[in-house]
Design a protein around this ligand. Structure first.
Ligand code: SF4
Length: 269
């Protein structure tokens, strides 16, 4: 596996409120999502990768632990948590070397009494569930249809495995969340959002987000109304289940394209 080195690792992120930090300890992601992947678009735009194939060959940041060791002491009283990661997958499916680095990083961050929040389309490993109980675990799940997965998220873990990993974290008492984002409109995939919601009815929080950076969305007549209605359905379902909900709501008028110009939530400084 190719590797890279970095000058810094941990950065403050605008997503997640005050005290939210993040790190990108791997460049690229073998999951190869074809929504497209916002991280890939940004990495390509800023010259960090050139092709989709290159993006799908992850490279470890070999000095990630040394950088974290250097940067963590000054974050002890500032960081509420560290998110792993906005620009790669912390538990990349069938990439034990990525998972091993993530686990080492989690141990190190936790040793400063800073919790870690992970988000994955892989499987949460058992070792991660032996660490601090202040850690939180999330999966991204936009469908439960395996045909959708093989077409749009070809390198990710099968949905049953992905959900089972999160359920295990829940059963052990961890705070668990699900990102249903980017949710596809019916001209990309016909499905009922309730099937996705019901598959993760054990979690603490659900966030729903629309698909961006894909012109096909706007080709669906009434795409705004579709997202508003989907948001209402998800919000009401979550309320009935006692699950926290955020994301699209009835009041939102979703934008088809957020300007893809700020790399701040993907890269360390
Ligand atoms: S899992 Fe996330 S980072 Fe990896 S390719 Fe998919 S969207 Fe991009």
């Amino acid at each position: 596996m190719d590797t890279v080195t970095r000058k810094s690792l941990l950065y403050r992120t605008g997503i997640g409120g005050t005290g939210a930090y993040a790190a990108t300890h791997v460049v690229g992601c073998s999951h190869g999502c074809r929504f497209p992947c916002y991280a890939f678009l940004m990495m390509q735009r800023f010259g960090k990768v050139t092709t989709y194939e290159e993006w799908c060959r992850p490279r470890l940041v070999t000095n990630a632990l040394q950088l974290a060791q250097k940067e963590l002491p000054r974050l002890r009283d500032k960081a509420r948590y560290v998110h792993l990661s906005f620009a790669t997958d912390a538990f990349m499916y069938q990439h034990p070397e990525v998972i091993a680095l993530t686990l080492q990083l989690m141990c190190l961050i936790n040793s400063y009494d800073i919790p870690v929040h992970t988000l994955t389309k892989g499987v949460i490993p058992e070792e991660a569930l032996q660490l601090s109980h202040h850690n939180q675990f999330g999966i991204t799940l936009v469908s439960v249809d395996e045909d959708f997965r093989t077409r749009y998220e070809p390198g990710t873990a099968p949905y049953p495995e992905r959900i089972a990993g999160l359920r295990r974290a829940h059963d052990l008492g961890f705070h668990c969340f699900v990102n249903i984002e980017p949710y596809p409109p019916p001209n990309i995939w016909q499905q009922d959002v309730l099937r996705v919601l019901e598959a993760v009815d054990f979690v603490d929080e659900i966030r729903l987000g629309q698909l961006n950076y894909n012109d096909t969305v706007k080709q669906y007549p009434g795409w705004r109304a579709f997202y508003r209605q989907t948001g209402v359905t998800a919000r009401d379902w979550c309320a009935a289940q006692g699950i926290g909900y955020s994301g699209i709501s009835a009041a939102d008028v979703p934008r088809p394209h957020r300007k893809a110009s700020d790399p701040g939530d993907l890269f360390s400084a």
